[in-house]
Design a binder for this molecule. Structure first.
Ligand code: B16
Ligand code: MG
Length: 221
């Protein structure tokens, strides 16, 4: 009988940092002389910072030298950090602590699998860092979701075979990454968007302990 492992995405699953990413990208777009909408920000969910800037510049039809590109990467992140500086436990998405506590009470190993390079300080700020046995973030991966690298590294650190891992994800690219890793994908968000997710819930308040208990069942084989 094999123990199950649990991997959580950060932005959109544990906290809603997308609004802060949006404000920082919008500020940069406005400085460069174009608009950036909340609908366009949807394209940025689960996507690395570098790729987000490439997309932003495509939207604004801006060409950049390498030096400008690097400068804007830093500028955006500094703005973003000024927002997350003020984060606290009130920003944790509904029922996330209940789910983490339930899994911990059942001695399940838990990892973070996020594209963000700021994942660790965010978990610290909201007081959830201690639930995580391992953090795999934008500093540890070379290939962005939908590549399964981030989740495979997490499974390896947890010492659990990928097929016995469960991934909670809000982005389509993250669901694809989990499926490519042969993990059980659980979408958090709109089921009509997160097509391909093995299970999908609007948010954790919809996910009861009986469902979690089912995920925890030790696997055979
Ligand atoms: P950073 P996740 C992702 O977090 C965000 O969804 C995405 O919008 C952001 O660009 C990316 O992290 C990188 O974040 O600039 O902090 O390194 O959903 O993978 O937890
Ligand atoms: Mg996400």
């Amino acid at each position: 009988m094999k123990q199950k492992g649990f991997i959580f995405d950060l932005d959109g699953v544990i906290v809603d940092t997308a609004k802060y990413h949006y404000l920082a990208w919008k500020k940069l777009a406005n400085e460069l002389g174009f608009e950036f909408t909340e609908e366009q920000n949807e394209l940025f969910k689960g996507v690395s910072r570098k790729r987000c800037l490439e997309i932003l510049l495509e939207i604004g039809k801006v060409t950049a030298t390498q030096a400008q590109f690097d400068y804007w990467m830093v500028e955006k992140n500094e703005d973003y950090l000024s927002y997350i500086e003020k984060m606290d436990a009130s920003e944790i998405l509904p029922d996330v602590p209940r789910v983490l506590k339930f899994l911990k009470q059942h001695r399940a190993p838990i990892a973070l699998g996020s594209a963000s390079k700021n994942a660790r300080p965010i978990l610290e700020k909201v007081g959830l860092l201690s639930y995580f046995d391992h953090i795999v973030d934008g500093n540890s991966v070379t290939k962005a979701k939908p590549d399964p690298e981030v989740f495979l590294i997490a499974a390896d650190l947890l010492g659990v075979a990928p097929k016995h891992c469960v991934v909670f994800e809000d982005a389509l690219a993250g669901i694809e990454a989990a499926n490519r890793a042969q993990m059980v994908s659980v979408g958090i968000g709109d089921a009509t968007v997160l097509t391909g997710a093995r299970h999908c819930f609007a948010n954790f308040t919809e996910m009861d302990n009986a469902f979690l208990q089912g995920l925890l069942q030790p696997a055979t084989g």
